[in-house]
Ligand binder design. Structure first.
Ligand SMILES: [Zn+2]
Length: 605
């Protein structure tokens, strides 16, 4: 017996007795004999206690009752170790376990024994010799990280346990898996569950349901329960999708009636209960454009009721951008919920250079307490429909087409990505198509929009999008100003096909804005791709390397990480990501899938 009680550790009364397994066994045999005699006083130790509130507690005056009259147990612990003593009166077995593992793992092992299953302790893995950048913005520190199951359990200067799996990180950077707050990769994920374009960027979680379009949580959950992906997903609920359900696909070009808004509110509420992270709007698109402020606000109020969020592809990224930003600030202020501007940009030539004023507008709102933030992808060209080039929806107006080619995009650098009416145009710039047609850029733009709507009318059952364009429209200076704002996180806005951002956005932040033309420090860049993303989405247990958090991680060499996708080669995969873990499982290594699929649909707590 030995006394190691410290008065300052706040534990009194226990911890004072050391015993051996043999002694504990003798003691157990002794109480079992008494138990069988049914000594009345002693039996109180083996019966449930009635609490003052009348409820039964399964802890008697001395034992944890696992199964009444059959199985009893008790634990004891002190700093650094833990024991578990369990007796089954029916099978006449007693187990006395001393462990430096956790309580749940000891209890699990004992249950496995009593149920005649193989006793298995969960194994841990130690990743050593890494430079840890934890996603909070703090500088790197050398050390190791231990994972067990799907969680990080320890970080610091750690030594391997006997027999533990050890991965030598070879002095590379270990960071939280990147979180893409605005992704369209879900579009082809089901056929590409190994998600190479996503993992080769170091992304472990994508946020879908963007720009106002989403699918019901139930179908999302059941789809990925059947076909598990390598990456995690979470979803917002799309405003346009709510509108379509209430108003029909052809009935969207007006404000919604009170009854329809009530229907949308109910549908949104159901989705939030099923784990949606909030509401997303795409107010620049026709499916959302005709909604009025009240409709959007009443839906945002539902999101606020559930402590969820509002995310928006705002009403204008060009001629009305200032008003569109006022609108989202107003929603954040009036409804008092966090609001996020999706893929922030200025897509109008005469307004290039105005990013500092917009940041001022956002800062002023933050100072008044509006929780506003933004995401951004690191490219000066967008991808969308030709129709957004007519912000006043006056597709027949030659002056509007003229304005578009002069102000809203550069026709000589903007490529048609899809065009169902004439596949020969795909891959060509608007200027090249104009040349083929022996016409001007403006006339060509107008003609293309008209041909696309005619095609849509004649082919009402055509599935997939009829047209799409990659529009060169932003300035590098504005991009840098927005990216530097402390509340802007990184997103891709990308998919499996189309714009190079779908395969290069995250590595490009490091190769371009940390290495080639230093704008951000590496820890800040990582914070903008991890911790800040989690914060802006309301994710609490990912995005930062810390014990207790999910083990979503990326190992890379900061000197070699490089995006390869370009406008002419949008399919080229990024390089330099060495290994990626999702929920504690290695999913990507040396440029290849490990064919493990631990990804889940994350739901809001
Ligand atoms: Zn968008």
């Amino acid at each position: 017996m030995q006394n190691d009680l410290y008065r300052i550790d706040g534990v009194f009364g226990d911890g004072n007795l050391y015993s051996s397994a043999n002694d504990l066994l003798k003691w157990t045999e002794a109480w079992k004999r008494e138990f069988l005699k049914a000594n009345n006083n002693l039996m109180e130790a083996f019966q449930p206690t009635v609490l003052n509130n009348g409820k039964l507690s399964n802890y008697g005056f001395g034992f944890q009752i696992d199964t009444l009259n059959i199985q009893y147990s008790h634990t004891g612990s002190w700093v650094g170790f833990y024991n578990y003593m369990a007796t089954n009166l029916k099978s006449k077995e007693t187990i006395i376990l001393l462990t430096n593992n956790s309580n749940p793992s000891a209890s699990r092992a004992i249950q496995q024994w009593f149920n005649h299953k193989t006793v298995e302790f969960q194994k841990s893995t130690l990743i050593t010799n890494v430079r840890i950048i934890d996603g909070t913005g703090l500088p790197e520190r050398k050390g190791s990280l231990r994972i067990k199951g799907n969680k990080i359990v320890e970080m610091g200067l750690l030594n391997p346990y006997i027999g533990e799996e050890v991965i030598d990180g070879q002095d590379n950077i270990l960071a939280p898996g990147f979180i893409d707050t605005h992704s369209h990769h879900e579009g082809r994920l089901e056929e590409n569950l190994e998600a190479i374009p996503v993992l080769s960027q170091g992304i472990t979680t994508i946020c879908i349901g963007q720009d106002g379009f989403s699918q019901p949580m139930d179908s999302l959950k059941s789809r990925y329960a059947q076909h598990k992906p390598a990456i995690n997903l979470l979803s917002y609920t799309g405003h346009a999708s709510l509108r379509i359900k209430q108003m029909g696909l052809r009935g969207l070009f007006r404000t919604a009636s009170d009854k329809e808004v009530e229907g949308m509110k109910m549908d949104l509420e159901n989705e939030l209960k099923k784990g949606s992270f909030g509401i997303s709007t795409g107010l620049e698109y026709e499916e959302g454009f005709f909604s009025n402020k009240n409709e959007v606000i009443s839906l945002a109020q539902i999101a606020a009721k559930y402590k969820a969020r509002y995310m928006s592809h705002i009403r204008s990224e060009d001629i009305q951008i200032e008003n569109a930003i006022d609108e989202i600030i107003h929603i954040g202020a009036q409804v008092n919920l966090p609001v996020q501007i999706s893929h922030i940009k200025i897509a109008q030539k005469s307004k290039w250079g105005n990013a500092p004023q917009i940041i001022q507008q956002l800062q002023a709102a933050r100072q008044k307490g509006v929780k506003i933030s933004a995401d951004i992808y690191p490219y000066t060209y967008w991808q969308s429909t030709l129709r957004v080039l007519f912000p006043n929806r006056d597709y027949d107006n030659p002056a509007a087409a003229e304005f578009a080619v002069n102000q809203l995009f550069d026709p000589s650098e903007s490529i048609l990505l899809r065009f169902a009416p004439n596949k020969d145009y795909v891959g060509k710039t608007i200027s090249q198509i104009a040349e083929l047609r022996k016409s001007t850029d403006a006339e060509t733009l107008q003609r293309l929009v008209a041909d696309a709507s005619l095609f849509e009318e004649n082919n009402p059952d055509y599935s997939g999008s009829i047209e799409g364009i990659m529009g060169k429209a932003m300035s590098e200076e504005d991009l840098k100003t927005f990216l530097s704002w402390p509340f802007t996180n990184v997103c891709s806005d990308g998919g499996f096909t189309g714009h190079p951002r779908g395969r290069g956005a995250f590595p490009k932040i490091i190769s371009n804005y940390v290495r080639n033309q230093p704008l951000l420090t590496l820890p800040t860049a990582i914070y903008k791709m991890t911790g800040l993303c989690a914060e802006n989405l309301g994710l609490t247990d990912r995005g930062i390397l810390a014990s207790g958090n999910f083990a979503d991680m990326v190992l890379f060499n900061p000197a070699k990480i490089q995006d390869k996708a370009t406008i002419t080669q949008p399919q080229a995969l990024s390089e330099g990501i060495l290994q990626v873990w999702v929920n504690g499982i290695s999913v990507y290594k040396d440029g290849k899938s490990t064919h493990q699929y631990p990804g889940i649909v994350i739901t809001r707590n």
